[in-house]
Design a protein around this ligand. Structure first.
Ligand code: 6R9
Length: 663
């Protein structure tokens, strides 16, 4: 074969190749990691030099206190520095000659709905919207609520707020009017940005109607929203009966195009709040997690670069919605800070059919693909042919986030989707951590273990604690906590610093408490075992729900499983499993025995579920997390005490499960 042909074959068959942005050896990783822990002040200052600042940070810019006995909990990074994250995401690339490079490749609900916006287009639109926000009296520190589907206007609105120092609060466009009102009132937004509606598969979602109801509720609650800016979605116009309130509502297409396409960025202090993001805790009202500017920017930019091996011009796709943290850090800020081309996906991965993801990857030649195990599990049941008929040779790095990935899904992702060529970065992190915490890096030196989130990212010191708060060293298991601060961490909860301290720092003073359990193996690899509130103790055996779920999900007839612990008079707790079969016809006694035998064989007799409850589907939050709290209540017959189910994607699943109890 001609040399060039050989070369081009190598390129298209594309084994993962080391690039300058990749850490190229274990020794390099260890050296940088060590440095990041021993000298956080110096290490992160060096990293921060890759970004544009209007004023450099002080020499000793980093300080924190994690000990509740030692005064208030606080962290600051890059103290004294001033920057603007929107400038770093956009202006910088336009100035560097990348203005005509695509920034967003938007794909709508239908495969033929497409829109490309270049970096120059996005910058101009961000400036117009910033100018409009300023004209509405929005000032630095004011909060703007965004209730939008996955259209370019959503990240544009986030960046426009950031440009003028306003704080954005994105509320997933699936929350009910009540939840939306609660979140708007909590942060007292006077401006809300929304759209007429959106199509999710074949279903229209009437967003403006929901906003109208929410704003009525706000009025009743004594909070008035002055302005609602509405994006017109031609595929989903205003629903009959939904109107425009002339004194409050304005159209994006009438008011934004006439604004000037330049707007000076507001250079803000490093610790100026950038956004609020509400997340549910195990109890009480949703928490408004507050992220600030400088540390978050550096953490997001640097982790995206190393974890996804990202360089300017790379086509990157995260299936996350901007309504949750992944959509903030690894769809909007991180990729744009690295000059990437972002696919913005405004549909559902199974619409019009289960090949949609692979079509999108082929069409846009996606290089890095970041998704959640739940999606993989739902797709893998349909077999491999649906995947392999599309060209995935552009793929180089695959990412997983949101929950532990079971081995079966990991292998399918690696072997079928990634053709064994792409490393899988199983990234463990949280809304509160802001950025990746524990993850493999995509270098051939980095050994991958299916199901393990692997090693700490730079600057992160994970520790395992015993229930008494003693550090477990070496190989062992415990409660996952983090020692020492990292740049991307949340600084407080909106209007409730006390709750921030009591939730995350009081359980073990001196540490950030993650709420997850984990195990460290002989190689120092970390395996997340699930939330500590989900750990089941059966006759003294500690069993991670994730472990049992993983075992069930390994069975080819099991599409998905969720396991909870229920009180048991003799064993303390017993294991209660909800199982979705790939073929519902198989539900019955015989299948139960098959699954029980399978778990017994995979983990051991102590891990066998006492109950297998057939579940046509599982109650999930809109970000795809199984709501185990609800499953526990249903299992224990306490459905009157379900608590807040406002974050469920489909609340009717709960009634269905109740009706199937004992079947
Ligand atoms: C980013 C995000 C955080 C919780 C976290 C943990 C679970 C996330 C995971 C994972 C195992 C992973 N989680 N990534 N568990 N392996 N790679 O999901 O944020 O929505 O706040 O959820 O998700 O339990 O504590 P958030």
């Amino acid at each position: 074969m001609h040399r060039l042909q050989v070369l081009s074959k190598q390129l298209t068959s594309g084994a993962f190749t080391e690039r300058p942005s990749t850490i190229s050896s274990s020794a390099d990783y260890e050296r940088l990691y060590k440095r990041s822990i021993e000298d956080p002040n110096g290490f992160w200052a060096e990293m921060a030099k890759d970004f544009v600042w209007s004023k450099t940070w002080d020499k000793d810019h980093f300080k924190s206190n994690f000990d509740v006995n030692n005064g208030p909990i606080f962290t600051h990074w890059f103290k004294g520095g001033k920057t603007n994250i929107a400038f770093n995401c956009l202006d910088r690339w336009v100035a560097a000659g990348r203005g005509s490079q695509p920034c967003f490749l938007w794909e709508g609900n239908e495969p033929h709905q497409q829109r490309t916006m270049t970096y120059s287009d996005v910058l101009a639109e961000v400036c117009r919207l910033s100018n409009w926000l300023l004209s509405q009296g929005v000032k630095m520190g004011d909060t703007v609520s965004l209730y939008l589907p996955m259209v370019c206007e959503l990240p544009i609105a986030m960046l426009a707020c950031a440009r003028i120092g306003a704080v954005h609060s994105v509320i997933f466009a699936g929350f009910s009017a009540d939840s939306l009102a609660q979140r708007i009132m909590d942060c007292k937004s006077r401006v809300v940005i929304t759209s007429t509606g959106t199509m999710r598969g074949t279903k229209p979602v009437d967003l403006k109607g929901i906003v109208d109801k929410a704003l009525d509720l706000c009025n009743k609650g004594g909070h008035k929203v002055d302005r609602a800016l509405v994006v017109e979605d031609s595929s989903c116009p205003l629903q009959p009966g939904v109107g425009f309130q002339a004194s409050r509502d304005v159209w994006w297409h009438q008011h934004i195009p006439q604004q000037a396409a330049q707007c000076e960025p507001t250079w803000v202090d490093s610790e100026q709040p950038l956004f609020l993001l509400y997340t549910s805790g195990s109890t009480g009202n949703p928490k408004g997690v507050v992220h600030t500017t400088g540390g978050y920017m550096v953490g997001a930019g640097v982790s995206t670069k190393y974890v996804f091996d990202m360089q300017p011009g790379d086509v990157y796709w995260s299936t996350a919605d901007c309504g949750w943290i992944t959509g903030h850090t690894y769809l909007t800020y991180g990729p744009l800070l690295n000059g990437a081309v972002c696919v913005l996906f405004g549909s559902t991965p199974t619409y019009p059919d289960q090949t949609r993801c692979w079509q999108v990857i082929e069409k846009y030649k996606v290089r890095q693909f970041y998704t959640a195990p739940t999606l993989l599990r739902s797709l893998l049941q349909h077999g491999d042919d649906w995947v392999t008929k599309y060209d995935r040779s552009s793929l180089r790095v695959l990412g997983s986030v949101g929950e532990p990935i079971n081995e079966h899904a990991w292998h399918w992702f690696h072997e079928v989707v990634g053709e064994k060529r792409c490393p899988i970065v199983d990234t463990w992190w949280q809304t509160e951590t802001g950025t990746h915490m524990i993850t493999p890096l995509p270098g051939s030196w980095c050994k991958l273990k299916p199901g393990s989130a692997s090693l700490p990212f730079f600057g992160v010191q994970p520790v395992l604690l015993s229930p008494e708060g003693k550090e477990v060293t070496g190989h062992g298991e415990g409660i996952l906590a983090i020692k020492g601060a990292w740049p991307g961490m949340a600084r407080t909860l909106h209007n409730d610093h006390g709750r921030y301290e009591s939730t995350y720092f009081a359980p073990f003073s001196g540490y950030y408490f993650t709420g997850d359990g984990a195990r460290r193996d002989e190689d120092g690899y970390i395996w997340i075992t699930g939330r500590v509130d989900d750990v089941i103790n059966v006759s003294g055996h500690r069993i991670g729900t994730a472990e049992v779920e993983g075992a069930l999900a390994e069975h080819p007839l099991c599409a998905e499983a969720a396991v909870v612990g229920v009180d048991h008079p003799i064993k303390g707790q017993s294991i209660y499993a909800y199982v979705t079969l790939t073929d519902a016809q198989r539900q019955g006694k015989e299948m139960r025995q098959i699954l029980v035998d399978h778990v017994r064989k995979t983990i051991g007799p102590f891990a066998v579920p006492d109950v297998i409850h057939w579940a046509p589907s599982l109650p999930k939050t809109r970000s795809g997390k199984i709501m185990r709290r609800v499953l526990r209540k249903v299992a224990m017959g306490q459905e009157k005490e379900l608590g807040d189910v406002s974050t469920l994607a489909d609340p009717s699943v709960v009634d269905l499960l109740i009706s199937l109890r004992g079947e």
